[in-house]
Design a protein around this ligand. Structure first.
Ligand code: IPE
Ligand code: IPE
Ligand code: MG
Length: 242
């Protein structure tokens, strides 16, 4: 979809995925604790939802906590979990006011029970919204997602719902947490790191990758437009010869 943004015609990606990285370094630069950086990161997350909606992006998927992030100190993990508690509750009203539908992807197992409850509530209470479809990856790891999908498929083969010949790329995609969502067109990673850190390995197969040195709490509308501009310069070939 083409859209005029400040006098410039831009092709807007339908689905944007974001690895929100750099909260710790943002805080360190200010001689503040890492969890202060995460709190500022949560504010930047609220802003990017509004900004994606304004630009006409239909799907936004963000990486908030990986299956590997449990390796961090108890203090940091507790701080992040407390932020999720507040964020998930506050998001109900904010999302409904913005007509935003929220889904949580990742492994529910291993998360505190009250957080899982809040995730389910947020999904249920925003399920009728028709605006931005917003996916938050919490306790998400791409390899874990693939293993969980394989387990569900083998269960369905065992109970006779499927035969192995039914398994193709489309069926497999429908067993992933992102079932029904188109693959991301554009992946953004902040903070200068240029790796995917186990985020959406299946779904990013043909996405364009945009890396920026901006630290996540500083990522604003201008940063998002810059990423979309980069996306506009790419020629997507999907294996074809042009
Ligand atoms: C990203 O910021 C947030 C999470 C991984 C939860 P970091 O906490 O990884 O920030 P840096 O990379 O240490 O700066
Ligand atoms: C990726 O960032 C995970 C999230 C942004 C939630 P990390 O900071 O955990 O990734 P690495 O350790 O630098 O690869
Ligand atoms: Mg990091």
């Amino acid at each position: 979809m083409n859209r005029e943004i400040n006098g410039e015609i831009l092709n807007i990606p339908e689905h944007v995925a974001v690895i929100m990285d750099g909260n710790g370094r943002w805080a360190k630069k200010r001689f503040m604790p890492r969890n202060y950086g995460h709190a500022q990161g949560a504010k930047a997350l609220e802003a990017i939802c509004e900004n994606c909606d304004k630009l006409g992006i239909k799907y936004l998927t963000v990486y908030a906590f990986s299956t590997e992030n449990w390796k961090r100190s108890v203090e940091e993990v507790t701080g992040i979990m407390n932020l999720f508690r507040k964020y998930l509750v506050d998001s109900v009203e904010r999302s409904n006011n913005a007509n935003m539908k929220v889904n949580l992807i990742g492994k529910r197992e291993g998360l505190p029970g009250d957080i899982v409850q809040k995730m389910d509530d947020l999904e249920r209470l925003t399920s009728g919204n028709t605006g931005l479809q917003f996916h938050i990856a919490i306790n998400y790891g791409g390899r874990d997602e693939i293993v969980r999908a394989v387990r569900k498929i083998t269960e369905d083969v065992k109970n006779g719902k499927l035969i192995s010949g039914d398994i193709d790329e489309v069926l497999f995609s429908n067993y992933l947490d992102t079932a029904g969502i188109p693959d991301p067109d554009l992946l953004i990673r902040t903070s200068g790191e240029e790796r995917t850190s186990n985020f959406l390995p299946w779904q990013l197969a043909y996405s364009e990758f945009y890396f920026t040195d901006t630290l996540w709490p500083d990522f604003d509308m201008d940063s998002l437009i810059e990423a979309v501009r980069y996306y506009n310069k790419r020629e997507r070939r999907f294996g074809d010869a042009k």
